[in-house]
Design a binder for this molecule. Sequence first.
Ligand SMILES: C[C@H](O)[C@H](O)[C@H]1CNC2=NC(N)=NC(=O)C2=N1
Length: 103
Amino acid sequence: MNAQLEPLSDKDVEERLAELPGWSVEGGLLCRGYRFHGHFAAVAMVVHVAQIQEELGHHAELTLGYNRLGVAVNTHSVGGRITHLDFGLARRIEEIAPVHGVR
Ligand SMILES: C[C@H](O)[C@H](O)[C@H]1CNC2=NC(N)=NC(=O)C2=N1
């Protein structure tokens, strides 16, 4: 199997979470909530995340509020486990978040 698709052990998940402040695992999903200074900033972040997701071929559940965005991801193709693909997406999202004035 593609190593990227190998489900991570609980220990691996904990170690990788330690390097991603603000992210947690809830209900089997790697999650983070972001807050913005207004609605369009949140919407722009959604579009930017969508670009990254299409590039990676990996897609999170995105929940848009007024000035909030929730990101929640696991890997459907291995039965909803957390894999390197999920952490790869999370890291890419973290890189772009500051551009959108996350507070
Ligand atoms: C063919 C395509 O790459 C797959 O269906 C991708 C799309 N995005 C995906 N996203 C997530 N989160 N898990 C998947 O297994 C998945 N599979």
